[in-house]
Design a protein around this ligand. Structure first.
Ligand code: NDP
Length: 477
């Protein structure tokens, strides 16, 4: 059965369909999905526009109930949805279930936020006048998501959009439509009025582009590559629309001489290789001071030997496959580039054969890398990391900040002085002390600076900044 797009409350088949393939076993077709056309996207935008006046004035209890019901169903079905996610994206079952739980928690959080909408009442600077400051929804929000977090990223964009009274046109990455279809189905059954949430699965160059080109989309929230992010920005400036971008990272993880070695190695392995390194918050630059360098590299090699790379759904798998062939080629190309640049491939990097045909890659660790190499400057988005040797903390901080990106930044140290200094001076939106650079909470702001992000933060109460517009009203008493 082909899973359809949701436009104006109707499930629409469209003229084409595409297959969702399991990267752990390319013979396994996860499902077939209707491919939306540019006209479908325009119909979805028109439906969202028509639904906006009523939904934007809907009662907070109605919105609360829908988001709450959605959270409950996602959490009740976490094993099944987590398995679907792992099957289509390739992260391990534990990671797939964990991400699904997070999506449930996000809907739960924003269900609560519906009941906490508030404004401010202030005296005017002039006598006998009152001032009210309120937040109103922005209008039709376009949501464009990448493949690497197929349920959490859609959740952290859809939940606040609906909570604050916006209507939505949602385009997930074509590579992973299954999880997105499932949450749209859940929201639809939870009672959303027609047109409030529209799903258009299909190609970014067609469906996404039609969204960028529409004057009727008032805000676009995008997560994905830097290149596509720039297109979103340029098109949004053209239409004078609000936009928010979360793009790549080249996140540093600093290891100082005084670090607890076991803590540093665990955090580095998690940052660099878990979720197959396919996280925008992954660390691919391990910046290590010379006193601990050799011990750290040796311990990393030992730890990496034990990593189990296999089918995402198999019990015991710690690292699943790369998401598809083109990403696998990108990873192996960068491994070749690193060697040509003179870094030493100290561990891994070879393709692996498993029981089923899939995109299996042994996590790779380079040593003797410099921060000027392409492998240290460009986002690889796979299980590939480099160790960069530095003299001391000051050089480590300089190297950590010497990147066009600024999403997440980590440090392993037992020194309060260095931890405090690093938190203040790391040029990143998120800083981790003795923790992996990836792995964030659902109720606090997420986002970066420099080339990683543009616009206000996502998640937690800070999400209101993007999904609402502020009104200041004056009344003569
Ligand atoms: P892409 O930028 O290729 O795709 C992201 C989304 O944009 C997809 O839905 C894609 O559609 C769509 N898209 C592609 N072209 C257009 C267009 N012309 N107009 C509108 N939409 C378009 O990134 P990937 O999905 O390949 O994700 C990997 C990249 O995303 C990595 O580089 C990673 O760094 C970054 N990323 C950043 C995150 C962050 O929070 N900072 C989080 C996750 C990923 P289609 O389905 O056709 O691909």
């Amino acid at each position: 059965m082909v899973q359809k797009n949701l436009i104006d409350g109707e499930w629409i088949a469209g003229s084409e369909a595409f297959r969702n393939i399991n990267p752990s076993d390319t013979n396994d077709v996860v499902g077939e999905y209707a491919r939306a056309s540019a006209d479908d996207a325009r119909a979805a935008i028109a439906a969202a526009k028509a639904a906006f006046p009523t939904w934007s004035r809907s009662g907070i209890l109605e919105r609360h109930a829908i988001l709450r019901k959605t959270a409950d169903e996602i959490l009740a079905r976490k094993d099944e949805l987590g398995k679907l996610l792992s099957r289509e994206e390739g992260k391990t079952l534990a990671e797939g279930i964990g991400e699904t739980v997070r999506a449930g928690q996000i809907f739960d959080f924003f269900a609560g936020e519906c009941l906490r909408l508030a404004g401010e009442v202030l005296p005017s600077a002039r006598p006998n006048i009152g001032v009210e400051i309120t937040r109103e929804p922005v209008g039709v929000v376009g949501i464009i998501t990448p493949w690497n977090f197929p349920i959490a990223i859609p959740a952290w964009k859809i939940a606040p959009a609906l909570c604050y009274g916006n209507t939505v046109v949602f385009k997930p990455a074509e590579l992973v439509p299954g999880s997105s279809w499932a949450i749209v189905d859940i929201l639809n059954r939870a009672g959303l009025p027609k047109g409030v949430l529209n799903l258009v699965m299909g190609k970014g160059s067609v469906v996404g582009q039609a969204m960028l080109d529409s004057p009727d989309i008032h805000a676009i929230t995008f997560t994905g590559s830097t290149g596509t992010g720039k297109r979103v920005a340029l098109a949004s400036v053209e239409h004078n629309r609000k936009y928010q971008l979360e793009m790549g990272g080249k996140n540093p993880f600093v290891v100082l001489d005084d670090a607890d070695l076991a803590v540093a190695v665990e955090a580095a392995v998690n940052s660099a290789f878990f979720s197959t390194g396919q996280r925008c918050t992954a660390s691919s630059r391990l910046i290590v001071t010379e006193g601990i360098h050799d011990r750290f590299v040796a311990a990393m090699g030992e730890r990496m030997k034990g990593l189990v790379v296999d089918d995402a759904l198999k019990a015991g798998t710690q690292i699943g496959p790369v998401v598809d062939e083109s990403q696998l080629n990108q990873d192996t190309d960068y491994i070749a580039i690193g060697r040509q640049e003179g870094a030493k491939l100290a561990f891994g990097g070879e393709l692996l054969k498993r029981d089923t045909p899939g995109f299996y890659l042994q996590p790779a660790l380079f040593t003797e890398a410099t921060n000027a190499m392409r492998i240290s400057r460009e986002e690889i988005f796979g299980p590939v990391a480099s160790v960069i040797r530095v003299k001391d903390y000051d050089e480590a901080l300089t190297v950590a900040n010497d990147t066009p990106f600024g999403l997440s930044s980590g440090i392993a140290t037992t020194s309060l002085k260095h931890a405090t200094h690093f938190k203040r001076n790391a040029e990143a939106g998120m800083v981790m002390v003795n923790l992996p650079t990836a792995g964030v909470d659902f109720h606090v702001p997420f986002g970066g600076r420099k080339g990683s992000s543009h616009g206000s933060r996502e998640q937690g109460r800070y999400a209101a900044e993007f999904y609402t517009t502020v009104k200041t009203a004056y009344t003569l008493a």
